[in-house]
Design a protein around this ligand. Structure first.
Ligand SMILES: Cc1cc2nc3c(=O)[nH]c(=O)nc-3n(C[C@H](O)[C@H](O)[C@H](O)COP(=O)(O)OP(=O)(O)OC[C@H]3O[C@@H](n4cnc5c(N)ncnc54)[C@H](O)[C@@H]3O)c2cc1C
Length: 486
């Protein structure tokens, strides 16, 4: 039997892949339901998606469901949004009226908008998209669709050519500054390294992937909310005969030689296994393996979820607020690692596409900001205590009132929540810090010493985000299958 530790997106997709290959699979999940950080929170009539909200690359999930022999449309229905994000821009000056415009998913409309912002930036954006278009099949096949055991294994003349064309010898910020003069494009692009737990000083190719997929393919909503994605994978896994044991945390392992032979679980005691797929963060699982491993955490998130009566403001599904102090915000986040970057604040309004997520006459505002993980330099407690105040004052800069009397639900998440609830070491959502990576890339799926242990999820290759976690599940399962076949 294969034991899967955790039913996040990575664990679910690994369980499907193992079952498809005829293996008996049991998933042990500490919580009461599947989905991990994409698992909904139901509170006072609101169904909140507390983690992911931006859906890209839906074909990753539909391909997996199809390969499992099911019709994707039975489980999932994706709609492409016309607007990638609404931008509220106050970057020019605090005194100037903020501008509001939509970043369109349509390519030519996007370039028209870019021309209005800055004609030189539009030319560079077009050149960048053309380069990324040319390299997309290579990026997909080399970095996403196959496991990357070691970044050094990628080193071939094509990667060098790709690196030269994208100027990867330079820091991400230097490249962005060279390409774009406008604050809007700079602020937009400076944010992307944080999606992979990197800083804008990185020289890694990783931060280019997400903006490429977002700008090229657009963003989607999943009918029924983001939680419909793990729900679909959970249903498919069950149909394939995968067993789930909820509220049954894995608390230890027993090994023989260089293999794990049993998992120690909170409810069912010792359970014999032939192989293990671990959806828990590598660093946290190291404690179960009794390894003394100390690593520096990458980044995390601070979030504020508000359930609001009569939400009347004209937001889009995704909204980005760029304040005049955005450069300081990124410096504090990336270089000093002292603060969440509320100077570029993200707001998701899920009730606009999914009215069932909130009681009638109400809606949800979900504010997210990247922040350092649990580190001495970051006063997480203070940041948490002042969260509502911070968000309110940021909105105020854009002349958007937040009527506190209309708030029915207020839920905060911090690195501490991600550490305690989801098992992420130091609350880091992206595994180890950039300084412990090669070319900014996360470690591969394989454990260094234990042969039948493979990791999946956001803290291993190909990286954070639901589609990547889903792919990592497939890579981890394939690796384990090959290992078991000997
Ligand atoms: C605020 C926020 C915003 C995000 N925004 C986006 C976005 O817009 N788009 C996007 O694609 N992604 C986004 N992400 C990232 C995305 O949520 C994650 O990359 C993805 O969900 C991680 O999946 P995972 O497989 O790593 O598992 P996780 O979601 O981390 O799940 C791990 C599971 O393992 C269980 N577990 C851990 N240890 C044990 C144990 N010892 N025994 C049993 N069970 C255990 C946990 O309970 C959990 O259910 C966001 C994340 C957050 C937090």
């Amino acid at each position: 039997m294969i034991g899967v530790v955790g039913a996040g997106i990575g664990g679910l997709s690994a369980a499907i892949e193992c079952a498809l290959n005829g293996l008996e699979v049991t998933v042990f999940e500490a919580r009461e339901a599947a989905g991990g950080k994409a698992c909904p929170i139901v509170h006072q009539g609101y169904t909140l998606d507390p983690g992911p909200s931006i859906v890209i690359l839906p074909e990753i999930y539909t391909d997996l469901i199809q390969r499992a022999g099911f019709k994707p449309e039975t489980y999932l229905d994706f709609i492409r949004l016309e607007t990638i994000t609404r931008i509220f821009n106050q970057s020019a000056s605090k005194e100037r009226e903020p501008e509001v415009f939509d970043l369109p998913a349509d390519h030519s409309k996007l370039l028209d908008l870019a021309r209005d912002i800055n004609p030189r930036d539009a030319t560079h954006l077009e050149e960048l998209m053309a380069k990324l278009n040319k390299w997309a099949p290579y990026i997909k096949s080399k970095f996403l669709l196959q496991p990357v055991e070691s970044p050094l294994a990628l080193l071939d003349w094509k990667l060098l050519q790709f690196g030269r064309e994208l100027q990867l010898g330079k820091e991400f910020k230097q490249i962005v500054d060279g390409m774009f003069q406008s604050d809007v494009f700079r602020a937009l692009f400076y944010g992307f390294p944080s999606y992979s737990g990197l800083s804008y000083r990185t020289k890694s190719p990783s931060p280019w992937f997400i903006p490429y997929f977002m700008l090229q393919q657009g963003v989607y909503v999943s009918q029924g909310g983001v939680a419909s994605i793990p729900n679909a994978l959970f249903q498919v896994a069950q149909e394939l005969g995968v067993r789930f044991e909820f509220q049954n945390e894995v608390v230890g392992v027993a090994s023989s030689g260089s293999n794990i032979v049993s998992l120690q679980t909170a409810q069912s005691g010792m359970v014999k296994v032939e192989g293990v797929i671990c959806n828990q963060d590598r660093g946290s699982f190291a404690k179960l393996l009794k390894r003394n491993k100390s690593s520096k955490p990458s980044m995390s998130y601070l979030t504020l979820h508000l359930g609001i009566r009569n939400p009347s403001f004209d937001f889009a599904t995704h909204n980005l607020f760029i304040s005049s102090d955005y450069k300081d915000g990124f410096r504090n986040l990336y270089e000093l690692q002292t603060e969440a970057n509320w100077a570029v604040m993200y707001l998701n309004a899920p009730h606009l596409d999914n009215p069932e997520c909130s009681p009638e006459g109400t809606g949800q505002y979900f504010f997210v900001s990247p922040c350092p993980a649990q580190m001495p330099s970051f006063d997480q407690k203070k940041a948490e205590e002042t969260l509502l105040e911070t968000v309110e004052s940021r909105l105020h800069r854009f002349h958007i009132p937040l009527d506190l009397d209309r708030i029915e639900v207020e839920i905060k998440q911090s690195p501490l929540v991600f550490a305690e609830r989801d098992g992420n070491e130091f609350g880091s959502l992206f595994g180890v810090h950039e300084s412990e990576r090669v070319m900014g890339m996360l470690p591969g799926n394989r454990d260094q010493w234990i042969k039948n242990l493979f990791y999946v999820g956001a803290s291993v290759q190909p990286g954070a985000g639901m589609p990547m976690a889903c792919l990592s599940g497939q890579h981890g399962a394939t690796g384990l299958l090959e290992q078991l076949k000997g």
